[in-house]
Ligand binder design. Sequence first.
Ligand code: F6P
Length: 539
Amino acid sequence: MSGSALSGLKQLAAKHISLRQAFNTDPGRASRFSTKACGITLDYSKNLIDDQSWQALQQLAAQSNINAVLQAMLAGDKINNTEQRTVWHTMLRKTDVQGLELDGEDIGAAIADCRARMTALVSQLHQGEYKGYSGKAITDLIWVGIGGSLLGPQMAVEALTPYHCSPVKLHFAGNIDGAVVSDVVKNLDPATTLVFVASKSFGTEETKQNALAVRQWFKDNGADAAAIARHFWATSSNIAAAAEFGIVEQNILPMWDWVGGRYSLWSAIGLPVALMIGNEHFAQLLKGAEAMDEHFINAPQAENMPLTLALLGIWYINGFGCQAQALLPYSHYLRLLPSYVQQLDMESNGKSVDINGQPLTDATAPVIWGDAGTNGQHAYHQLLHQSALAVPADFILPLKPAHSLTDHHQRLAAHCFAQTQALMQGKTLQEATDECLAAGMTAQQAAELAPHKVSPGNKPSNTLLLPELSPYYVGALIALYEHKVFCQGVIWRLNSFDQWGVELGKQLSGPIYQALSGSDASKLDSSTQALIAAFSQHK
Ligand code: F6P
């Protein structure tokens, strides 16, 4: 999409829309601006849109290249042009992968083989058949990985807590902060612990260092090379590096260069999810995502849920200049979703050049943040309601609870809906004054307090309703956000599948690490030199 088409949104957005008035005058607004896909309902009626602006956004979508790029992606074209890679994570959740080929390779067979190996390993672990070096069954699994090799499984494992059925306990080790690995191994026994090193590149410093620390812990506890070989697994596309680390070939599950790290939950990176919820439920997670893929590929533009979310995001970023997007799951189990979508969205679309390397003139990805409701209502919702900042918010609520405290659930739902209503309608000065007077204040007291109680309203939100938090709907929800990010990337004409921006920090940390070990730091800037000196003094 051309920059001028996007900047045209600013003019459109300048036209004032009162949401309160729109709802008062149009009883059909909610049904007109709602859509359903894979059992998930999206109510987007509390957005700053009217028929004219929504039509204009639909027109922008029609003029953009979404369908062409989608077809190119599905055909296996290397749409990740800077890395010359196909983008095929959607193939990982296909029920039928038979005959799937890429560059003459039987990808279908490779996916099926990987699934079968995952299934077999999970079954062995569930049945206590995987024995450690001392002959005892495995009781704990440490998952070592970071970014896309951790956030997805961690979020999905948490989201599907009610489905946990594994006798093997799961521990994640991501950060290079030594506290993480130290804490993880503290109460574990290497003789009953399996270690999974999850790294597509097998070159990520955090993962390598944590894996080395865990291996050292095995050695310190008397494990020999054969014992370690029995207890260490990997999932990686860099088989040579995994082998060099000492992981035997039969313990390496594949990763492919056509799966981006932040899109890899559906591959062997999802093994912790399969372990915790069982193979059948993991298959349901894939099915939910596949259903959303089919919706995205086949649904007409006006009913297309990922596209709808994408257009609304673009409306606020490029029309209104919003820089943030809140993600507010009203579900304790979905509390890691914002962290997951942070990587998905910000690492995919936080770019400054287009697909051809030309500078982008329009803003792209928002800052994604949020946490589970109702916690946020007692923290940052104050800013959402009354500050001058405009932060569009997605509210997500599973309709059926996974517990028997039905009154709790009803109250949770009431708060979720009330927040979207409060953001939309606000509270006028007159209403605030009347409220003060009704509470017995004098006119003078009411006049003083009422301005503080005013909420401007007209703050946009989406509400997503999931029938329940089952593997199927969690799969569909994640795929929904993946495709939203895809649509936005195409409209902004950027490559959503590379992440060159993260490299500079990695490059610079090498010489600084050397300087912290005593090498010459005099060529570094004075601030960095002073920080190194302060750290070195405390060593
Ligand atoms: O540093 C960013 C990143 O490259 C992510 O894109 C990726 O998900 C993560 O690091 C982990 O990478 P790997 O799986 O290769 O260890």
